[in-house]
Design a protein around this ligand. Structure first.
Ligand code: SF4
Length: 365
């Protein structure tokens, strides 16, 4: 009989599992605390469980996280792990230390099928969805590898902004989110767990119903004509539908704003008139903007906007009363910056072949 990987079970699934062992529900809470708070990978370590239960667990279950293939630390302290998820696929997880907080950027798919043109992951194509165990396993592993001698936790925030479109893998992502915010799991505030989406509007509604956490939306363009080119999903879910979905999400979101991510591409989406169009677009969506200097990757002909252009763009938004930050590029030396995560993906979508046949991106007039 194959063993159940307990990393993949949220508290309700763990409760169902212990019931199959004729155990009471409180055993599930004990198990969750051992696995996620103490980082236990062996049932022998769970000393407050009866020996008979530990024996049953050893027969029926296991705790297995992805294996680290490479561990790289940039001069600024950003740390990136390349993780083996089998069959030739590898995904990346990044830890970004900052004053007073530490953010873990987690992947949800091996590759990504969305094909955003400024993104190294998108250029790689798509292999498969990660399982809940593989998603939460990234946090489990990072907690273990970053544990302070004092016992303090290094990770205060988690963002699902690594490889993949999280909302395309909602069945696996939701249990992972529940473990992140569960007091018997990682106990993170919902405000400190962020899901980033390129704009899957129906799945945004589902996330709101199943496990609302902070939401970031990859916007990147102020109008449909340009966004159709940068984020192909826009052809299916245009901006009007996306803004309506943002407003619905805000009714239950733990934060009272949406974060809009906007990659700054020289001569493409970075003009003053684009900033003014954005202000009109988000007029009735409480939001913050995060401007991301484009991070080049092999094969891309796009260029990063100049620092002066980014500052001028940010100022127009700020003068309209929109809180606007410019993301500091972190971990560039180890290809861990935003949009640079690539891992190794057995592309099943033939994206790389199709990409060669795409028309060139039209620069703004
Ligand atoms: S930006 Fe996000 S959704 Fe778009 S291709 Fe990259 S990983 Fe996928």
């Amino acid at each position: 009989m194959s063993r159940v990987n307990l990393l993949g079970l949220d508290l309700s699934a763990l409760t169902e599992f212990v019931a199959t062992l004729d155990e009471k529900p409180f055993r599930a809470r004990q198990l969750a605390r051992w696995i996620h708070q103490h980082g236990a990978s062996s049932f022998d370590a769970m000393t407050d469980l009866a020996k008979s239960l530990r024996g049953k667990l050893a027969q029926r279950a296991e705790i297995v996280a992805p294996v680290v293939l490479r561990d790289t630390i940039a001069p600024d302290g950003t740390r990136k792990w390349l993780l083996d998820v089998g069959a030739g696929d590898a995904v990346e997880t990044v830890f970004i230390p900052e004053q007073g907080r530490g953010t873990l950027c987690v992947s949800t798919q091996a590759g990504c099928a969305m094909g955003c043109v400024f993104c190294a992951t998108g250029a790689q194509g798509f292999s498969r969805n990660l399982t809940t165990a593989e998603i939460i396993g990234q946090l489990w592993l990072a907690e273990h590898l970053l544990r302070q001698p004092s016992g303090d936790r290094a990770i205060s925030n988690v963002v699902l902004m690594g490889m993949g479109e999280p909302l395309q893998n909602l069945d696996a992502v939701v249990p992972a989110l529940r473990l992140m915010v569960d007091d018997h799991g990682y106990g993170l505030s919902r405000r400190r767990v962020t899901v980033s989406t390129s704009g899957l509007v129906r799945q945004m509604d589902k996330l709101a119903a199943l496990c609302p956490v902070a939401l970031a939306v990859s916007l990147h363009a102020p109008n449909d004509a340009l966004r159709d080119q940068l984020v192909p999903l826009n052809r299916k879910h245009p901006l009007r539908d996306l803004m309506a979905a943002c407003r619905r999400y805000l009714r239950v979101a733990p934060r009272d704003f949406i974060t809009f991510e906007y990659v700054m591409l020289d001569g493409i989406n970075d003009r003053d008139e684009h900033a003014r169009e954005l202000i009109a677009l988000v007029a009735d969506v409480p939001c913050k903007f995060n401007l991301i200097p484009f991070n080049p990757f092999p094969g891309s002909t796009l260029r990063r906007s100049s620092p002066q252009r980014i500052r001028a763009f940010a100022q127009i938004l700020a003068e309209a009363g929109i809180v606007t930050t410019v993301r500091r590029t972190r971990g560039e030396e180890i290809d861990a910056a935003c949009g640079q995560l690539a891992g190794a993906v057995q592309d099943r979508t033939r994206r790389r072949l199709r990409a060669d046949r795409l028309p060139p991106l039209v620069a703004a007039a």
